[in-house]
Ligand binder design. Structure first.
Ligand code: UDP
Ligand code: MG
Length: 317
């Protein structure tokens, strides 16, 4: 199978039929074997019935139905897990992404990229609640992760299968798949401008609150990516810093006592130094706990702390 198109669906009954015929048109022209996987994320409208009809008519249409709404990221994970194509293309099921862009994504993949990201340069969403936070978030993500993309939030992206098949996604993390791919898979990433349409029917499932989730996800990702196998470096590092500040400040307290006769118990700095010292020790201890947890995590599941590309003249021992 050459291609898997994966679409998360949550209450998109009015949007699906039109989008589906567009996708089918585009794919027929491409002359590749393909499947279209719709993941019904617990829709409460007739989305599932519509999808089932489509699947009856065409065996290349596949459906994964969730028991309840688990969120877009979970839907995308399921789609990836059940897919078989060599190249995976994710897109929204609300018709905001344009299937016409699929062929251009594939051209880039053929040039040798592992991930090709869509960029909704002319985005058709609300300015204040969506576009401005998105620009800022994208800048922040690019800066923190070192993977420079203009539009992490755009679902329309193409991936080579081997780069994302083992990926585990949590929270709102589907937007960080390119980062995973780059950090853990050494992926080559490219970007193209894609068309974006306003939403015709139904309404967006997200608002400003998602920005906060995205920032927290980024925080987690950065930690796991940089220090996931050595948490004591982060916790212990801060801990030592705090203990050291505590000791320095207590030195000032002692100095002030002998030089200026300031009573130690009347010096607010004493409180600060004790506070910092205790906090530092606690952080160090927390780091040790995190070390134990992370070891259990890797060793109990026989997980490796590295990923191989190839081995030559060797077998797995
Ligand atoms: N979606 C989903 N589960 C959810 C929320 C959204 O599967 O809990 C799907 C939704 O049906 C759409 C895509 O994810 O296909 C993007 O959602 P939406 O259009 O609401 O987001 P926006 O484009 O406004 O960022
Ligand atoms: Mg949308």
């Amino acid at each position: 199978m050459d291609l898997s198109i994966i679409l998360p669906v949550y209450n998109e009954e009015e949007n699906i039929p039109k989008l589906h015929s567009k996708i089918t048109n585009v794919l027929t022209k491409l002359n590749k074997s393909y499947e279209i996987i719709y993941v019904d994320d617990g829709s409460k409208d007739s989305s599932f019935e519509i999808l089932s009809e489509m699947a009856k008519a065409d065996k290349r249409v596949k459906i994964v139905q969730f028991r309840k709404n688990f969120g877009q990221t979970a839907a995308i994970s399921a789609g990836i897990e059940y897919s078989q194509g060599d190249i995976l293309i994710l897109m929204d099921a609300d018709g905001q992404n344009d299937p016409e862009d699929i062929s251009r994504l594939l051209e880039k993949i053929d040039e040798g990229y592992d991930v090709v990201s869509g960029w909704r340069k002319n985005r058709q969403d609300k300015l204040i609640t969506r576009k401005i936070p998105s620009v800022l978030a994208n800048k922040l993500i690019s800066m923190v992760t070192g993977v420079h993309l203009h539009d992490y939030g755009c679902t329309l992206k193409a991936y080579k299968r081997d780069i994302i098949k083992d990926i585990k996604l949590y929270g709102e993390m589907h937007r960080f798949i390119p980062v995973y791919a780059a950090w853990w898979g050494g992926a080559k990433i490219s970007e193209i401008v894609v068309t974006h349409h306003p939403r015709r029917y139904g309404k967006t499932k997200y608002g400003l609150s998602r920005t906060i989730k995205v920032i927290l996800d980024l925080w987690t990702l950065k930690f796991l990516g940089s220090y996931g196998t050595k948490p004591i470096y982060t916790f212990g590092g801060f801990g030592i810093l705090l203990c050291f500040s505590g000791i320095m400040i207590s030195a000032v307290v002692i100095f002030q006592k002998y030089a200026y006769g300031v009573w130690v118990h009347r010096n607010p700095l004493l409180l600060l130094s004790v506070f910092l010292f205790i906090l530092g020790v606690q952080l160090g201890m927390l780091g040790l706990l995190a070390e134990i947890i992370i070891r259990t995590y890797y060793e109990s599941q026989n997980k490796s702390t590295y990923l191989l590309k190839k081995i030559i003249n060797l077998e797995r021992g």
